[in-house]
Design a binder for this molecule. Structure first.
Ligand SMILES: NC(=O)c1ccc[n+]([C@@H]2O[C@H](COP(=O)([O-])OP(=O)(O)OC[C@H]3O[C@@H](n4cnc5c(N)ncnc54)[C@H](OP(=O)(O)O)[C@@H]3O)[C@@H](O)[C@H]2O)c1
Length: 292
């Protein structure tokens, strides 16, 4: 069962091809509100899932600064409720979290066991969600939960950093793009594939916190340059600093997640971010008219 099925990651999970042994039940917010105990209870009774993947979240990083209670309900209370329901019913639980739980002070790739120190409301609520998930399974002898942190999610469709850069670039605007934040862009489609592999082969990965993503790091500016290059766009783009582009929420200056162990455990390639970007664009070119 997939929650948040209409979101960037949720929609990729929902439409990912699966073999005959797997039956996907994608549920959008209308079918399953993760912040509502009754809604969770009903969905579990009706669909009787073996695994729940939680792709539902409040992801408006800056808006969260002025809507802390809503962000907390969706990013912290919701995952806690889902995790407790899973623990009670013996359902495997896969929860997605973020690189923003870290403060960015590290100068080597972040490992799952590194101490989070969230800097904004979104980050703090996501970290609290992680804590509630862990807590829900604490008393079980054989807990089956996975928190998978990911960074800089994008897709060749929808609305995200990549699509914003393409829109502005095609509009012929001169762009200034942040150069002093480092991370690893992660495409939604391969992330969905990795999470479904985990759902199918849970014994490959011990329960706990994992980091998933691409080999990097890069900066937003370099990522944008690579996007423009792949699309053959001549864009007047120059680097700027975070200080020159102030946002309501503070972001970590370095949040590169070390995703090698997760990829190896799942027997999936750990791919350089540039290669994943090329692959996603190629997949789009080969896709049906609908997808384009
Ligand atoms: N986007 C990124 O750059 C990024 C980076 C790192 C980690 N992540 C994490 O990756 C995961 C997926 O992110 P995403 O980019 O796919 O997010 P997204 O596109 O914003 O999708 C989130 C989905 O959750 C739904 N939702 C919100 N509240 C809900 C509720 N109470 N019950 C059920 N569904 C609800 C939203 O529905 P509505 O549209 O109706 O609100 C939306 O469809 C999240 O855990 C996020 O924190 C994202």
């Amino acid at each position: 069962m997939v929650t948040g099925a209409n979101g960037q990651l949720g929609s990729r999970l929902s439409e990912h091809p699966v073999d005959a042994q797997m039956h996907l039940v994608p549920l959008g917010r209308k079918e399953l509100d993760i912040a509502d105990t009754e809604s969770i209870k009903r969905a579990i009774e009706v669909h009787r899932p073996d695994v729940i993947i939680n792709a539902a979240a409040y992801t408006a990083v800056d808006r969260a600064e002025s809507e802390p209670e809503l962000a907390r309900q969706i990013n912290a209370t919701g995952p806690g409720l889902l995790a407790r329901a899973c623990a009670e019913h013996g359902i495997d639980f896969i929860h997605v979290s973020t690189d923003y739980v870290f403060d960015g002070e590290a100068r080597r790739p972040y490992r799952p066991e590194d101490q989070p120190n969230p800097q904004g409301i979104y980050a703090a609520t996501k970290y609290n969600g992680e804590q509630q998930v862990e807590e829900a399974f604490k008393s079980l002898d054989n807990p089956r939960w996975w928190i998978v942190r990911v960074a800089w999610l994008y897709d060749v469709r929808g609305s995200n950093f990549m699509q914003t850069m393409l829109r502005l670039g095609r509009a012929g605007k001169a762009l200034r793009i942040v150069q002093d934040q480092q991370g690893s862009p992660t495409a939604a489609r391969p992330l969905a594939a990795a999470l479904l592999t985990l759902a199918k082969h849970p014994s490959r990965v011990p329960s706990g916190i994992w980091h998933c993503g691409t080999e990097g790091p890069t900066t937003w500016f370099e990522f944008a340059q690579a996007i423009f290059k792949e699309y053959g766009l001549e864009v007047d783009a120059s680097p700027c600093s975070t200080a020159e582009y102030p946002t309501p929420a503070k972001r970590p200056s370095y949040s590169y997640l070390d995703g090698a162990a997760f990829a190896h455990a799942l027997k999936l390639p750990y791919m350089p971010w540039e290669l994943e970007l090329k692959n996603e664009i190629r997949a789009l070119e080969n896709a049906t008219g609908d997808e384009k």
